[in-house]
Ligand binder design. Sequence first.
Ligand code: PRP
Ligand code: URA
Length: 212
Amino acid sequence: MQNKDNVFIFDHPLIQHKVSLLRDKNTSSKEFRELVSEISVLMGYEVTRDIPLKEVEIETPVGFARAKVISGKKLAVVPILRAGLGMADGFLNLVPMARVGHIGIYRDHETLEPVEYYCKLPSDVDERDVVLVDPMLATGGSACDAVKFIKKRNVKSIKFMCLIASKTGIERLHREHPDVAIYCAAVDEKLNEHGYIVPGLGDAGDRLFGTK
Ligand code: PRP
Ligand code: URA
């Protein structure tokens, strides 16, 4: 994994291979969903690398062991609706004890500005580290808005996990929230006139849920 200025890019061959399948316009919604979930597990493994452990005593069938378990209130995973749902599913396979929050944001097709329509976070989110998930970081508007929302609840930390990021999106999220680490599987060069990442993978929500 490459790390520069709080941006982590997953160059693992399995992740790269699966992202290429996601990009392919002939990949079906079923395959797309499965791939998003699989990649989220693989990425989640690294994103959770620094969660704190504590020692406990456990009785094994043949004695006692000092063993390590995850300490404290742990994690909350927060998908940005809709497309983030696909990533949250995968992440929860890896970290089933994580609490789940939801933030509903869509981009206005004309202005490309984010529009919020829903927000429900765990009541104890202020005691948790948050992993915010959304497959696409395009203009960065949705991610910045979601981070702003979450910060109002004084959470312990926020990491942003996406599949494909644009350079513009990374720059904006970094500029507005330099404390938020960005994890992604690919960084694409540009956005088109509709704010879509090029080459990207198209509309992540539509491809996940087969709505187009
Ligand atoms: C997509 C994507 C991000 C957002 C990224 O959602 O899942 O949330 O666009 O674009 P931005 O970085 O320019 O804000 P979309 O608005 O298509 O909503 P949907 O998931 O409900 O389809
Ligand atoms: N949202 C998407 O789903 N895809 C993009 O390329 C940009 C925003």
